[in-house]
Ligand binder design. Structure first.
Ligand code: NAD
Length: 284
């Protein structure tokens, strides 16, 4: 028996997920994207088996309904989906980088008895769109699931067994834990990267040559500032509280750094770099 997967949003993540899921020959993938060009490219490349004419028709026959659209659109569609015709056994999930607002938006569906399990494959790229999608994107990366408290274990297991072919490391977290942890390892670094680039842009006004020197470390540190601004606007707005907490921690850290610079003590400066190096060297 074939399993019907419907993917809403055929960009980097939706396309990559479809490619990985296609390793399982027993599934059929229907795709929908508000950009017909993206859906058409996905179909022509064999990433999906058919294009649905609307989001609702994509959802209707799905055994698994996956939202892979920007987080604000995911929240809006989850609310809309309370009025859609869905299979009673469907598992609805998403791929969004934030989880508390998504779980909140899914409440109406969950209250109607629909199984919703939040998802976040923690792999990606600063590139976006279907043309950037690759089958191997999720391999060895954490794929976080955030089931609501009343979710049945067997439903989490069903979703895990579907996603096994991605070769990601599946892990279950509470949505709040997820948002706190991704704030520090992902969302806040994006803000720092963009802010460093903005700083360079402003210095360039006085010293145009500086842009040519922005190689090596600066490039490594700011690569993620090239990511899609709309996607990062939505993530920043949705994980706002955790980001403000991170910023407070960062400001207090920067005050310590400022004192260190003013004191200019070699031992303190070396210890600052050494502590960071020891920790960084042990990261996976
Ligand atoms: P993307 O921009 O590459 O693709 C998003 C697709 O969704 C586009 O094709 C767009 O046309 C479509 N879309 C937007 N609104 C829609 C709507 N209302 N209905 C139908 N289609 C719509 O973005 P992406 O990188 O694939 O990100 C998708 C989701 O995955 C986001 O929620 C993001 O937070 C999450 N995510 C991204 C990354 C990453 O590194 N890019 C990593 C993990 C998770």
């Amino acid at each position: 028996m074939t399993t019907n997967i419907s993917i809403i949003g055929l960009g980097l993540i939706g396309g990559s997920l479809a490619l990985a899921l296609k390793r399982n020959p027993a599934i059929t993938i229907t795709g929908f994207d508000r950009s017909y060009k993206s859906a058409d490219e996905a179909y022509r490349r064999g990433i999906i088996d058919s294009i649905a004419p609307s989001v609702q028709s994509a959802a209707k026959n799905a055994d698994f309904l996956i939202f892979a659209v920007p987080v604000a659109a995911t929240a809006a569609l989850l609310k809309e989906a309370t009025g859609w015709q869905l299979k009673s056994s469907v598992i609805v999930t998403d791929t969004g980088s934030t989880k508390q607002p998504i779980m909140e938006a899914a409440k109406g569906l969950i209250d109607k008895g629909v199984t919703f399990i939040g998802g976040h494959p923690m792999a990606g790229s600063h590139k976006s769109g279907i043309s950037a999608s690759i089958e191997h994107l999720f391999e060895n990366a954490y794929y976080i699931l955030t089931p609501p408290s009343a979710c049945r274990e067997e439903d989490v297991d069903r979703l895990k067994s579907l996603l096994k072919v991605t070769r990601g490391k599946l892990a279950v977290l509470h949505a709040q834990e997820h948002d706190q942890m991704t704030a520090v390892v992902s969302h806040f670094p994006h803000i720092i990267a963009s802010s460093l680039v903005n700083l360079l842009a402003s210095q360039e006004q006085q010293q145009p040559f500086v842009r040519r020197l922005a190689a090596g470390g600066f490039r490594d540190l700011t690569r993620i500032a090239s990511a899609d601004p709309i996607m990062w606007r939505d993530i920043t707005m949705q994980n706002n509280l955790e980001l403000v907490n991170q910023l407070d921690g960062w400001l207090s850290e920067m005050h310590t750094v400022r004192d260190m610079l003013k004191d200019n003590d070699p031992g303190t400066i070396e210890a600052f770099f050494d502590v960071a190096k020891q920790f960084r060297d042990k990261l996976p």
